[in-house]
Design a protein around this ligand. Structure first.
Ligand SMILES: [Mg+2]
Length: 429
């Protein structure tokens, strides 16, 4: 068996995205993703997926060149490669530091997001070469299916008139009745039993009413609300007080570890985050201050599946819960999330996934949610197959784009409907 990497292919694509609203704006009609392929001397091909904006591509290209001749089994070596690439890139483009829905964006996080795409591709190839599922390479599954939550969004019925976009059949959701109708569809189509609402879109009282309506429609079901740090400490505490009896947790009500710690000190409602704990370096302060009770891991920006396991072990040590965050993603990433989640003991909260919102995929067969769960594949690698024609078509869309959609920019998408729109300052309420 020859595990030497002989070719690496990077395919940026644009995938259809419905008009989902958040505190920064609205999803663009198409979102960039990057599909990573590594091929071994034995012609085994492994696939990975990560963010596809230009800044990720710029790091991924030199990274890919450096992988030729290395072993797909050398997963630790990927971090050394990332260091080499990052040093070269920093000289060219400098540090990145822009606030976003995933916390502060740093050059380090960009680098780890690129590593994750390659790590997943290497694990997929290694698993295929050895005839083992990825979960076996990660130590073995502790469950046969991974539970996901319905990821509810306020949304428009369609993208603004005149904008090139794919149609979706979810309809609008702009008030409590719309949110409940959307939740019913999610339950009907996928069997989800826990519900998360993306908040920070409307004044808190409207979002409180929506969660109340969900609680009435689905009594006893776990509910979450995530305004992406849009609220002050006082507003966060008021919402926690009003919804404390129905919330499983409140996700990033206020921005930053200090504000989260203040909220945590004033309520018994657990706080979850994918914004103030997004790197290993942020853990000590947040856990020390008791700022978060659940960390929502994301294998993309935490640097891969094995880093996700390490994060889970740290959380377990400190009695902090763990679950998973999601950005717009396709089936390769859902398969990767499911494989690693299958190996994490004490996963007590359903993971988030945008997958139901993505009508397009690069797989020959879409992954399926049954009873809100994805079965853990025992097939070699990730257990998914890529449809080359679909991949080519979605890449063509990227190639044909004038560059306007190659960077995810929810505020720019909102300006199409509301020309004066700027991302609101924080706290917004
Ligand atoms: Mg979140």
């Amino acid at each position: 068996m020859n595990l030497t990497i002989t070719d690496v292919r990077l395919t940026p694509i644009l995938v259809a995205d419905p008009p989902l609203l958040n505190t920064q704006g609205v999803h663009q009609p198409y979102t960039p993703r990057l599909i990573v392929e590594v091929e071994t001397a034995d012609a085994v091909v492994g696939f990975g997926e990560t963010y596809g904006d230009t800044k990720y591509l710029e790091l991924a290209r030199p990274f890919a060149e450096k992988l030729i001749g290395r072993q797909v089994s050398d997963l630790n070596g990927l971090f050394a490669v990332a260091d080499e690439v990052a040093v070269a890139e920093t000289r060219v483009s400098g540090q990145v530091d822009v606030g976003g829905l995933r916390g502060v964006q740093t050059a380090d996080k960009l680098r780890l997001s690129v590593v994750s795409g390659f790590e997943v591709a290497c694990l997929d190839a290694l698993g295929k070469a050895l005839g083992l599922p990825v979960h076996a390479l990660l130590g073995g599954k502790v469950r046969d299916a991974v539970e996901y939550s319905a990821y509810l969004f306020y949304k428009w019925a369609g993208h603004p008139a005149g904008v090139a976009a794919e149609k979706d059949d979810w309809g609008a959701a702009l008030d409590p009745a719309g949110v409940v109708a959307q939740a019913r569809l999610f339950k009907e189509r996928y069997g989800f039993t826990s519900f998360k609402l993306k908040g920070g879109v409307f004044p808190p009282d409207e979002e409180i009413a929506a969660v109340r309506a969900l609680a009435e429609a689905f009594p006893g079901h776990p509910l979450r609300l995530d305004p992406n740090g849009a609220w002050s400490v006082a507003t966060s505490l008021r919402v926690a007080e009003e919804l404390g009896d129905v919330l499983e947790y409140l996700e990033d009500p206020a921005l930053g570890t200090s504000a989260m710690a203040e909220v945590a000190a004033g309520t018994g409602v657990p706080l979850a985050t994918n914004m103030c704990v997004t790197t290993f370096a942020e853990i000590a302060e947040a856990f020390g201050k008791g700022a978060v009770q659940v960390v929502l891991s994301d294998h993309h920006y935490w640097g891969g599946l094995r880093n996700t396991q390490q994060l889970a072990a740290i959380c377990r040590t400190f009695g902090v819960g763990v679950s998973m965050h999601s950005n717009t993603h396709l089936g390769i990433s859902l398969a990767a999330m499911t494989q690693v989640a299958a190996t994490v003991p004490g996963l007590h909260h359903a993971c988030d996934s945008h997958y139901p919102w993505q009508s397009e995929d690069v797989l020959t067969e879409r992954l399926v949610f049954e009873g809100g769960k994805v079965a853990v594949s025992d097939a070699p690698g990730l257990g998914v197959e890529v449809d080359r024609e679909r991949l080519r078509a979605l890449h063509q869309r990227w190639a044909d784009d004038d560059g306007g959609l190659r960077e995810r920019d929810d505020a720019a998408a909102m300006r199409v409907a509301e020309p004066g729109w700027v991302t609101p300052g924080v706290p917004r309420w």
